[in-house]
Design a protein around this ligand. Sequence first.
Ligand SMILES: [Zn+2]
Ligand SMILES: [Zn+2]
Length: 251
Amino acid sequence: MTPGRPVPPPLGKPLVVSDETAEASPAAPVAAKGMPTLAAAYGATSAESGLVPLTVARRVPKEDDVEIEIDFCGLCHSDVHATRGEWGAQSYPLVPGHEIVGRVRRVGSAVDDFVPGDLVGVGCLVDSCRECDSCLEGLEQYCERGNVGTYGVKDSWNGGAITQGGYSTSVVVDRRFVLRVPEGLDPAAAAPLLCAGITTYSPLRYFDVEEGTWWASSDLADSATWRSRSRRPWGRRWWSSPPRMPRSRRQ
Ligand SMILES: [Zn+2]
Ligand SMILES: [Zn+2]
């Protein structure tokens, strides 16, 4: 079987442990009642399988959850590394995808900032402890008790289930990790903003890059899509390597 090649036919039963059957965790909130939603997905069943059709079980929305019908998901190079097990041992099956854009399908009883039909996005994180100094500063990516990545991570806050990403038809995420996407944005074009976009934008803001500043990006795989789009809005010069751009094409 060749990595990266789609292969076998759809599998008949869910491969992913649902929240209702996941191991009990003292940190896990009380499980919501009802049946999990089954979502069609593409994921890897081993480091060598490539992406194959799967079915994943999404938890019944708890009171702070938002259920999203996924319309688009960006393809990040991290997804390739993760599914191939190139960043260490992975838990399979693994559905990648952390550049998710879609519309709210339903919300939990305590959610008052999203309503069904809203255009929303989910990036690289779906939860954190929310209590440590980093979380309280709004820096959940540095959560001192361990953030919860959008896929391939044990979700201690939701029964210990392994998170599964956006190469699927739906996802359930705590409202704190759901982003509002402006209706005026092309939702397909907006998806890469949720990983490649923010990893390019964040350092430019942090280092206060100004008009006319030359800057470089060494990561063509992840930030290339967004970087090329960012040239005109910011009007800044950019340079990349590899490949080197002919001088006449630099702006
Ligand atoms: Zn990414
Ligand atoms: Zn934390």
